[in-house]
Design a protein around this ligand. Sequence first.
Ligand SMILES: [Zn+2]
Length: 489
Amino acid sequence: MSKFYVTTAIDYVNAAPHIGHALEKIQADAIARHRRLKGDEVYFLTGTDEHGAKIARAAEVAGKEPLEFTNENAAHFQNLKTILNLSWDDFIRTSDRKRHWSGAQKLWLKLEEAGDLYKKKYRGLYCVGHEAFVTEKDLVNGKCKDHQKEPEIIEEENYFFRLSKYAKEIESKIKNNELRIIPESRKNEILSFISQGLEDVSFSRPRKDLSWGIPVPNDSEHTMYVWADALANYITAIGYADEDSRFLHWWPVDLHVIGKDILRFHAAIWPGMLLSAKLPLPKEIFVHGFITVENEKMSKTVGNIISPVELIKKYGTDPVRYYLLREIPTADDGDFSYRKFEQRYNGELANGLGNLVARSAALGEKISPIEFDFKKDIETAIKKESERVFAGYEKAIEEIRLNEALGLIWELISFSDRYINNKKPWELKGDALKQIVVNACYLIGAVTNLLEPFLPETAGKIREQISFSDSKIEIKKSAALFPRFEKQL
Ligand SMILES: [Zn+2]
């Protein structure tokens, strides 16, 4: 049994979660579930990033204390566990003083010990919306192009982290796959960025401007800036502060799942911090793309933000998991539309999977329970096709092409349909009928096992209708897995 530690990025709690947040968590969930089924000891971590001037201002506008405000918003993210059927083991909040603050401060002291933190005057354009310094090229007509706001000119003393010192080492570890970046295009992107050298990074802000955050140890005038605070969650959650054996058990992380917008932070700043603190680097970083809605960027201004809560109310959890994992190419951008959602729902879930299970259960129920001999009764062509699909499926998941793994399951579903259509079991009786039902149920058993990490609830429902073991099948028909949507939206 090997250990497998997987994380998502932690979400900033200034707004409610949308389907982009859902996508990343469902991807990580499918991978975690797949590992558990293979017998690995899995630790799946997610959480929320709760500090910063933007949160403090939003709380003030809402007439609340920052922690009161983030308690409420973090709850929306925690709620995703139930509504999306996510199997995370832990949820870290950066406002957690006991676990997170103490761990982040310990990490800070390690960087200081290594001589990698120094104070420097910094003058720059600060965008509150970004919660970061921006450069002239981020501006259009003097305003931040993302936030339509003029940045403030700020001159202040910051602590800087000597990231420049580690550029060569990070570059070589990414090149030789000690730190693997998936997909290859993202690996090339970060390598080309690092090859130009890395600049030192601002790691603190004056306490008077940023009071909602973790105090810099031994310097009450400064608060940790986002990198020093948020990235540390991956180690603080597993006991970096004071649980040595637990920390050593889980670290290094096996897989960080992140979005393409935070690649630089995870593949440059974070490895630099770990090298400075003399900790092993992550083994793998997987980078996914973004979801557009009807080919437009989701935004408050456009008013096209899709909430996972709305979607599951209408369609249920597994159809939402299915759409996000199948329609969106795992490592790329993808699109959401209700039309496409209902096409996939009706075509692949209701007609494809749902229909296969329903017709097989209808055929077999009258002769259930069925005893059979695995070696003798399962046809060679059927075993062969299942094995082909299984091998491709394992490889696709290993390489984090989850949409392709699902595509292969649907190839097996189509194969099963063709098998039944060709054999015409509705014209048969006795042993001839039994033979076809046994083989169809074998295929459904294989499909169910492969579906489990992706659509766990559906896998359970299929097993309630068709329970398949090495020598016996029991069939009990019940309601359709996915009732058809008659009206197109
Ligand atoms: Zn901005």
